[in-house]
Design a protein around this ligand. Structure first.
Ligand code: ATP
Ligand code: MG
Length: 569
């Protein structure tokens, strides 16, 4: 057997074992035949080598597999190891010309950005890049009642963190004069009218498909009323309505609002204006004048497309292509400002960065990495079906990223005292990561240790236990004053392994463990668990924000010297 073939087989077996925990002859055979088709006539000759290598690899611990890969085939780590990590890739855009695609991300600055916004912004950006085009960040800020200056900033911070790079940034409110001019044009063309009816009669007309009496008013009347919207009318007394079709099956088309009066200070413009365009009017005009070629929005806007195109038709303006994708949501975790805002305002959660929330700030604080979010969003593909995405999928992308960067530390949740006699040294050196070069730490030892209650319960007098990183201990006493005797550090496969913390240097910290916010419609009052735990003093030396894997517990992110947040298993 050619040595280079044996090496390729070994590489495949290790890679397969890394991905699936175990490997198999037939899988490795299929893979090697894929790479080396000439071997197809020599299956009988290669099979024994494959069996031998697969047998050896299956004897190795996951750490040994990783270590060998890191040493001999480091490129495997860089490759995408699992199926669901394969980027589905976004489907080609209809009518897209290279260099000419313009997309936009139009958040309303009325709340903190969340992972749903990340989905939209990433798709907008990926398409702009795919076609060598441009991405516009446009703050859709024409409803001053809900908008605040801090949200403009928070959205930018969120996009920076996601590494979404936009080419142009603007506000819809920059174009107020232009929007008024387009409003006038609507009146001049008799495509719109000013309605002064009460809200109830507007609603009942809509429901009963009845024309509004204001729609019969003369053009002079409309012009006069339009002028009055800027001065005399009070909020709620007059609106501009699109002349649609009150009998349309699409309720959106039943003479929708184009402009309304809002007497609230605008976060950027103060009280310079009081007449503001509706979302439907602003988005159509802005997309058109901004040169947007492909405008993405979530599926619940689908019925609004008819209106979008009708407005641009009337004004003879260029029409972008509107494309829908599904809204991102998670089981028990609302991904919508409308639901998140009251939770924050009513103090049901600690704030917009509470680790239970899907806001970008909360995900970051919890230890979810921006590149995991991007991979996750792209893995969902470009579907219209509104299915809940499993949060675990995001976690698994994240785990692959943080695993190689997390310091391994010991942490004991339910501590029980345990004394060990006969330890030959006062200090030991522990590696911060099993395979990566992340340095090591010196751990000071006494005779007193803290171990996990659940572990202690399984100790039996005469039995032997591996204290991870320290050595083997023979149990000499259980119960109240449990004790053991150090018996050396020879590696023994069969004895149970436990983690521990040296008692005299143990640091008490809190771990916040977030879980599902809602069960059905019910708020889960126990969605944030606080664990009081003991860890190694090395914790204090780590920078804030450092990712940690607490051995036999899971990944966490250091939030402060007093508290860590649980990321995932
Ligand atoms: P929310 O319910 O969070 O207020 P929204 O659509 O009103 O949602 P905007 O700030 O207007 O929020 O959204 C900006 C962009 O982000 C829009 O294109 C919107 O379609 C998209 N978006 C918002 N939420 C989600 C989500 N959960 N999944 C996918 N895209 C979303
Ligand atoms: Mg909105």
């Amino acid at each position: 057997m050619d040595a280079s073939i044996a090496d390729k087989i070994r590489r495949l077996a290790l890679q397969n074992s890394l991905e699936h925990g175990k490997t198999q002859d037939k899988i490795v055979l299929a893979k090697i035949l894929g790479q080396e088709p000439h071997l197809r006539t020599q299956v009988k000759d290669v099979m024994p080598t494959i069996s031998e290598i697969v047998g050896m690899v299956n004897q190795m611990t996951p750490e040994q597999v990783r270590a060998e890969i890191a040493e001999k085939y480091p490129d495997i780590m860089a490759e995408k190891p699992q199926k669901h990590e394969e980027r589905e890739g976004l489907p080609p855009l209809e009518g897209a010309e290279h260099g000419k695609v313009i997309t936009r991300f139009p958040p309303e600055p009325n709340g903190y950005p969340h992972i749903g916004h990340a989905k939209a912004a990433i798709i907008d950006e990926e398409y702009a890049r795919m076609y060598g085009g441009k991405l516009i960040l446009r703050f859709d800020d024409t409803n001053p009642e809900a908008e605040r200056l801090e949200y403009y900033a928070a959205i930018k911070v969120g996009l920076d963190w996601l590494e979404v790079k936009y080419d142009i940034v603007k506000n819809t409110s920059d174009d107020m004069e232009l929007l008024y001019a387009k409003g006038r044009e609507m009146l001049d063309g008799n495509f719109a009218y000013i309605c002064t009816c009460k809200q109830e009669s507007i609603s009942s007309d809509r429901r009963e498909m009845r024309a509004c009496k204001c729609s019969f008013g003369s053009q002079e009347q409309n012009n006069e009323r339009w002028e009055r919207m800027f001065s005399k009318y009070k909020q709620g007394e007059a609106i501009m309505r699109f002349r649609g079709d009150m009998k349309s099956d699409n309720t959106v088309m039943r003479d929708p609002v184009m402009f309304r009066i809002i007497d609230t200070k605008h976060p950027l413009l103060g009280d310079k204006y009081r007449v503001y365009p509706s979302y439907d009017f602003a988005v159509a005009i802005e997309d058109s004048i901004d040169g947007v070629t492909h405008a993405f929005r979530t599926k619940e806007y689908e019925l609004r497309n008819e209106l979008y195109y009708s407005i641009l038709d009337r004004l003879k303006m260029r029409k972008p292509k509107v494309i829908e994708f599904s809204r991102l949501g998670f089981e028990g975790m609302p991904v919508s400002k409308r639901i998140l805002r009251p939770l924050i305002e009513e103090g049901k959660v600690g704030g917009y960065d509470d680790p239970r929330l899907p806001t970008l700030e909360a995900l970051r604080r919890r230890g979810i990495r921006q590149d995991a979010i991007r991979k996750f969003v792209l893995s969902l593909g470009f579907t219209k079906a509104d299915t809940l995405a499993p949060f675990e999928t995001l976690e698994s992308f994240n785990r692959k990223i943080v695993d190689g960067e997390s310091v391994r530390l010991h942490m004991v949740k339910n501590p029980e005292a345990f004394r060990i006699t006969g330890i030959p040294s006062k200090t030991i050196t522990m590696h911060n990561h099993p395979t990566k070069d992340m340095g090591s730490r010196t751990v000071e030892l006494g005779e007193e240790f803290l171990v996990e209650q659940e572990d202690l319960q399984n100790f039996k007098v005469g039995g032997e236990v591996r204290f991870m990183g320290l050595g083997n201990v023979e149990i000499t006493r259980t119960g109240e004053a449990a004790e053991g005797r150090y018996t050396g550090d020879e590696l023994k496969q069969s004895i149970p392994k436990v983690h521990w913390v040296a008692e005299h240097t143990a640091q008490r910290i809190k771990i916040l463990v977030p879980s599902q916010l809602f069960f059905g419609d019910e708020f889960n009052e126990r969605s944030l668990e606080e664990l009081n735990v003991f860890t190694e003093p090395y914790y204090l030396e780590l920078k804030e924000g450092k990712e940690i894997q607490f051995v036999r517990f899971g990944y966490c992110r250091k939030d402060s010297s007093l508290q860590a947040i649980y990321t995932h298993k």
